[in-house]
Design a protein around this ligand. Structure first.
Ligand SMILES: [Zn+2]
Ligand SMILES: [Zn+2]
Length: 371
């Protein structure tokens, strides 16, 4: 069938929108009409080359839509179901899924190629017939996609697609960074560095977990002020601006949990977060950086103060359990989602949309597809 979607061709290049041919779903695959896709920063990391992927590739991994057709062996969803896409599969059977860590499901291996589980592409350029993958085996910047059923989770029918798509990546990642990664507890002092589509949800997660003080360091003024509506208690332009207040609140010790959710991390910034973390505290790293070995932290500081440095993938969430839980919290009025969506775009405006992200105009931009 025909599809249309935004493709990355080369590192540092522009997105271009193409007519595509999409294969039929195989036995365990589903065809999804994608209604909305979040403009996650990770897709930009594929463009910059921070996260190497096979190019060309259809972008987008933060999607929600409607199941159109399913393969003969699919049991998890049926045509007509509203679904969100999972950028890491939740196979339910591998060692990690079995012990409640589906954020590192073994079937995530090889996803940088963007191909089906059998190693062949589902997308093809309409003009040439040449096959190409989709980001994380999805490609939600196309208006239709085919993926494995372990990458689709059923949604309640009354959740708007524009909000559901955000929960499938940015919201789960940020919220889980505080609740699972930082294991924030009642009364904690928490620092969140960077409040975009992920960090804003780390703020929400920290408050849900009972933090008394949630400090935000964010250079963009309107974003740090918006964080106050999501539960931040005090906001600063940088970590150095926050230092004195952190010392006052913690008797000079440092925060219980520091969460790094900036657009791109380097060793220096992570070092600052680690220094801002107090005894027996946790520094949580969510942001993407390069593959270089670049972190400089003091081993003495690490051991003598019993600190933890916790990497976080997918908010250490089990999306099959946690996405419905987060959506229920939204319905109950306890999780803000509407306020995350700053701007909506047609897929043809995708370069403009990412330019807006870079210039700090968006908490989250969302592509709304036409069919
Ligand atoms: Zn994402
Ligand atoms: Zn698994």
């Amino acid at each position: 069938m025909k599809a249309r979607g935004a493709v990355i061709h080369e590192i540092g290049g522009q997105w271009t929108v193409h007519d595509l041919e999409l294969d039929d779903p195989q036995d365990n695959e589903v065809l999804i009409q994608v209604m909305a896709s979040g403009l996650c920063h990770s897709d930009d990391h594929f463009v910059t080359g921070d996260i190497p992927v096979a190019l060309p590739m259809v972008g987008g991994h933060e999607g929600a839509g409607v199941v159109v057709k399913v393969g003969s062996k699919v049991t998890r969803v049926k045509p007509g179901d509203h679904v969100a896409t999972l950028f890491i599969p939740a196979c339910g059977e591998c060692r990690y899924c079995a012990r409640g860590q589906s954020y590192i499901c073994n079937n995530g291996a090889g996803m940088e190629l963007g191909l089906g589980m059998d190693g062949t592409p589902r997308f093809h350029f309409a003009e040439s017939g040449v096959g190409l993958g989709g980001v994380t085996r999805l490609g939600t910047f196309a208006n239709y996609l085919v993926c494995h059923e372990s990458q689709a989770i059923r949604l309640p029918d009354d959740i708007p697609f524009e909000l559901a798509c955000l929960v499938s990546c940015g919201v789960a990642t940020g919220w889980g960074a505080a609740v699972n990664g930082g294991q924030v507890r009642a009364g904690d002092v928490v620092l969140v560095m960077g409040v975009g589509g992920v960090g804003m949800n780390a703020v929400q997660g920290a408050r849900h977990a009972g933090a008394d003080h949630v400090l935000v360091a964010e250079p963009v003024e309107w974003k740090r002020n918006a964080a106050l509506d999501f539960g931040a208690t005090e906001v600063f332009a940088s970590i150095s601006d926050a230092k004195q207040r952190i010392a006052e609140l913690t008797n000079g010790q440092g925060v219980d949990v520091a969460i790094v959710t900036v657009g791109r991390v380097d060793g220096e910034l992570l070092g600052e977060a680690f220094e801002a973390t107090g005894k027996a505290g946790t520094t949580v790293l969510v942001s993407v950086g390069s593959y270089e070995k670049s972190i400089t932290i003091s081993p003495q500081d690490f051991t003598n103060f019993a600190k933890r440095l916790q990497g976080v993938m997918y908010g250490l969430c089990n999306p099959v359990a946690d996405i419905p839980r987060l959506l229920q919290m939204y319905k109950d009025g306890r999780l803000k989602l509407d306020e995350l969506v700053t701007n909506r775009y047609d897929v043809s405006q995708i370069n403009e949309a990412y330019a807006d992200m870079h210039s700090g105009k968006n908490i989250r931009g969302v592509v709304v597809h036409t069919h």
